[in-house]
Design a protein around this ligand. Structure first.
Ligand code: ADP
Ligand code: MG
Length: 692
């Protein structure tokens, strides 16, 4: 028998073609191959006769090839193969595209199983389109069964993947279950080896779902345990206690150019109380875009500095880090708090009115001296370049949840072994049902009310050319009032994943036509950091009127004069992402506009209506969740990989069970000493988060 960790090449009879397929899937071990899970199943469990073939329903027939030939095609190198299949009851057409080898494989007189759905197509009439087929003599792979449908990429066909996975399943000794029997028994779940068999080779749809639930439960439980063990380790390490300087807090708020909202005050107060304790704070500050999270962080950082410790603010991009620097200088500058900017391109120390450029080694040295407020990109903590007296780490725009950052903060803990307090700031509203699962026992502060005097953003969907022109008129009008506009382009070409092409083309098109005469800037992911900064700075200063950009501008950018956000190809974005983008405008007392340019497809535009109707991020998030359906996979990524391959949004009851079981473990065996194999799986999940 083969083992789970054996290379896939060890399997019998892997052809050169299959080897290439495995390579393109980045599959190296048998375990990795068996961890490609079906997206859904086609039920082929009843054979039908040709005369009884239903339309649009997956079925299997057993038929004889009466005729097979290649058809003439309009496009060169586009191969169409057509076969006439029949049984005693009648005959049906089957058409395949770009599979020239079929002419060699299928001959008149062959008897085959054909699996697929019969469809009615305008050009080709009624028949099977690219159905799966197998010789009726050979051992059947899909026919007469519930057939797994795997997610496919590139040159991989369903047939190849099914064969490989089926072979792996029969040749491999599946790993023993790492869940205690009594847990699976109590929840009525199958064992791990059974679950793999059920998922890949089910006898019925119910059995497949049973297997999926076992695997999903495992994912959810391991994730919960990873979060809780990280928390436990932080608790044991302890954090510095921050003494609250109330007179300073009063002075700080009095000096602000605005009054803090009630929710902002509550958030500050909750964090102040957390940080006064030796138990490390792990708090999430949730607030819609523009709700004013940064000033909360700034105030907490100032308080930490006043208590003779360092604080750090981390942002996902250089642009955001620089913007935070500006905010911090505005709010903290007058208290003689030294601020160090740490991005990949610049390291600058601000003290009073002095500005000193530092070399990377000087910057590290300055950090090592402590008593500083540092602001930079996430690399700041990930490379372990933290001040030794770091007492508060603020992480901005945490779209990705996960154990990652929490782990990083344990790893890079201070020389005295303690860990800093942590404040995560996120504009992604998470419905309550999911929050518990995704965030574990993180405390949450929510800013619901926006600062007063902000008119709601007027949002409108435009379709087609006419709508587009109205949008350009609006941009011209706003620019004439000294306001500014964003134009966001979607990533059209998947190979162009930084959006170089789309942004460049769109900027050129607008410049030479619809927005001729306006000053147009451009921002995309491939530009060197220096150029990005320069472009952004020009837009902030009002030296450009329109900024054509990819979703780089999604997070955090704060330009109060920006009043128009035109989003091209809006139907390509998720609701939550569109809401994020929309939040780049509406950051002042001016009326702002969000224009969603969609293609004319009605069905798609309907989905976007939610954004026209509400400005409330929580409502958008709920609608998004509903639209995506409870069948979608839980979208949590860690180090760029999906953590959940089987768990879905709809698995609320499994989530609750996972929380309950993890609580039991934490209460009775918090270091999982009695569960060595479960511990290995949990450690493996935590391990991936150290690698970045
Ligand atoms: P986000 O929560 O999206 O990060 P920001 O912190 O960037 O939002 O705040 C958006 C804008 O609102 C900033 O210009 C900030 O100065 C301003 N702001 C924050 N709090 C208040 C308040 N209480 N009253 C008025 N304006 C505020
Ligand atoms: Mg922000």
């Amino acid at each position: 028998m083969l083992r789970w960790d054996d290379p896939v090449e060890f399997m019998h009879g892997v052809t050169a073609h299959e080897r290439r397929v495995l390579k393109s899937l980045e599959v190296q071990t048998i375990g990795e191959l068996l961890s490609i899970f079906p997206r859904r199943y086609d039920d082929y469990s009843h054979l039908v006769s040709v005369a009884m073939l239903p339309l649009n329903e997956p079925v299997t027939v057993r038929a004889t090839v009466k005729e097979i030939k290649q058809l003439k095609s309009f496009r060169r190198r586009f191969v169409i193969i057509r076969a006439l299949l029949s049984d005693d009851s009648g005959s049906v057409m089957a058409t395949w595209f770009n599979q020239p080898w079929l002419l060699k494989q299928l001959k008149t007189g062959d008897e085959i199983f054909v699996s697929g759905a019969v469809t009615q197509r305008p050009r080709f009439g009624c028949g099977f389109t690219s159905p799966l087929w197998e010789p009726a003599t050979a051992e059947t792979l899909a026919a007469g069964n519930v057939a797994p449908v795997y997610p496919l990429t590139g040159p991989v066909t369903q047939k190849t993947l099914r064969r490989l996975i089926k072979a792996a399943l029969s040749e491999t000794e599946l790993p023993a279950d790492w869940l205690p029997d009594q847990v699976t028994a109590q929840l009525g779940l199958p064992s791990l080896p059974a679950a793999y068999r059920f998922v890949h080779a089910p006898e019925s749809a119910e059995q497949a779902e049973k297997g999926r639930r076992r695997l999903a439960f495992g994912e959810l439980l391991v994730y919960q345990l990873a979060l809780r063990m990280a928390r436990l380790e932080a608790d044991v390490a302890g954090a510095p206690e921050i003494v609250f300087d109330e007179p300073f807090a009063k002075k700080f708020t009095a000096a602000l150019p605005f009054e803090l909202t009630v929710d902002q005050k509550r958030a500050v107060w909750a964090a102040v109380q957390d940080m006064a304790k030796p138990r490390p704070m792990r708090r999430l500050l949730q607030g819609d875009v523009g709700s004013g999270k940064t000033v909360v962080a700034a105030m907490l950082m100032a308080l930490v500095f006043r208590a003779d410790h360092s604080a750090a603010l981390m942002a996902p991009t250089d642009i955001l880090a620089k913007q935070h620097l500006a905010t911090l200088r505005k709010f903290l500058g007058q208290y003689r708090i030294p601020i160090l900017l740490m991005t990949s391109s610049s390291k600058i120390l601000y003290e009073g009115n002095e500005e000193t450029k530092l070399s990377p080694s000087d910057a590290r040295e300055r950090l090592a001296q402590g008593r500083i407020v540092a602001v930079g990109t996430h690399a700041l903590i990930e490379r372990g370049a933290c001040p030794p007296d770091l007492a508060l780490a603020v992480i901005d725009e945490q779209h990705r949840f996960g154990v990652e950052q929490r782990e990083a903060l344990i790893v890079s803990s201070r020389p005295d072994g303690r860990v800093p307090h942590l404040l995560s700031m996120s504009a992604t509203p998470i419905p309550r049902s999911l929050a518990l699962t995704m965030l574990g026992d993180l405390e949450v502060s929510v800013i619901r009310t926006k600062p007063a005097g902000r008119p709601p953003i007027s949002t409108k969907i435009y379709a087609g050319q006419e709508g587009r022109e109205q949008a350009y008129d609006l941009i011209r009008r706003e620019v004439a009032h000294s306001h500014r506009a964003f134009v966001v382009c979607p990533l059209i070409d998947p190979s162009d994943n930084l959006g170089v092409k789309s942004a460049e083309e769109e900027a050129r098109r607008l410049q030479s036509g619809p927005l001729k005469g306006l000053r147009i800037g451009m921002l995309h992911g491939r530009m060197p950091a220096k150029d990005k900064d320069a472009e952004m700075q020009k837009f902030v200063n009002g030296e450009s009127d329109v900024l054509v950009a990819t979703t780089v501008v999604e997070v955090g950018v704060d330009v109060p004069e920006a009043t128009v956000m035109l989003i091209e190809g809006a139907e390509r974005f998720g609701l939550a992402q569109l809401h994020q983008l929309r939040g780049r405008v509406g950051r002042s007392t001016y009326q702002s506009y969000c224009l969603l340019a969609a293609s004319e497809d009605q069905g798609i535009a309907e989905r976007l209506r939610v954004l026209e109707q509400t400005d409330d991020g929580f409502k958008v998030a709920e609608a998004d969740l509903k639209l995506r359906g409870s069948g979608n996979l839980l979208g949590v990524q860690q180090s760029g990989q999906a953590i959940f391959k089987c768990a879905r949004y709809g698995d609320l009851e499994l989530m609750a069970a996972a929380r309950e079981v993890s609580s039991e473990f934490m209460a009775t065996d918090p270091h999982l000493e009695k569960q060595p194999s479960l511990l290995r799986v949990v450690d493996a999940m935590r391990e991936t988060s150290h690698q970045e």
